[in-house]
Design a protein around this ligand. Sequence first.
Ligand code: CUA
Length: 354
Amino acid sequence: MMKGLKKWRLFSLLAVMTVFLSACGEEYISTLTPAGPVGQEQLNILLLATAIMTLVVVIVSVIYLLAFVKFRRSKVGENYMPKQVEGSHTLEVIWTVIPIILLLILSVPTLTATYKFANVAAMDEVDEEGNKTALTVNVTAKLYWWEFEYPDLGIITAQELVVPTGEKVYFNLIAADVKHSFWIPAVGGKMDTNVDNLNKFYLQFDKESEGLKDGVFYGKCAELCGPSHALMDFKVKTLEPAAFDAWVAAMKATEGNTADANSTNAGEAAFAKSCLGCHAVSGVSGAGVGPNLAAFGDRNRVAGFMDHTVEETTNWIVDPEFYKPGNLMTGKYNVSEEEAKAIAEYLMTLKVED
Ligand code: CUA
């Protein structure tokens, strides 16, 4: 009985591990399938470190086993005394020099890459007309969502980062409340977002996200930040440059958009009454208390992780605390379920893409 139970436990553990590891190698989230040079170089360092560690483990294990077999008492007899090597100069040099060499092999590429990825000098470069040549995105991490502002383009969005492929995109990273960490596993990172200081780095996205499972790369918060840390997801849409420019133009065209409390659209009227105070529907507004919703209808998820449907949006509006404990939207408004559904339907119409 006991034996059967143990086997069953081992089996369930393996089954859970299979589920857990099944995401490994998925292009939209895996560090093992990098979609840009930063991720690729980080993976190379990871592989180099793993190779060195494996080599050390194998060599040490082999020596250990050899000693184990060769010097068995039954083989060498009761009174065998092995050669005494305490204080051996040669041996001490060997086991000091080999680790130093291994550490050098590991540290040179690691340090080189670390300094390279932190080089954000191009952020300040301008062309003859004084326009910035590189794209910069200001990322603000908040409990539990992400704001993405494009300072040189005059637009702002949330939860779904949109970037062009084939060029370096520079990030200014900061947190509004507690420490979070910005991570797009398949593309590179991660980098802490702190409250007191700006962290900067760049990433390059070489693959259009359209062909991926959900049409986006997955981004995560990688720093324990509260009860809904695990739900603090965002998505990344990568577009070829012309499509990105079209998206920027469409975002700019939302300038001045607002919701009318007297609208005949019940959802818009309810939104204007209960939500507009915190959520802008124009992508040209400044930072809001809550996520900018100008492109809500284009998004891939609701609140970062729920299905992007009217039903789930309604559920979210009715009881955000149930879905994302500790979020800052809970208790800020009072809407009926009917109003929530109308608001959800209205939000789905807020689109900038075709
Ligand atoms: Cu934000 Cu974890």
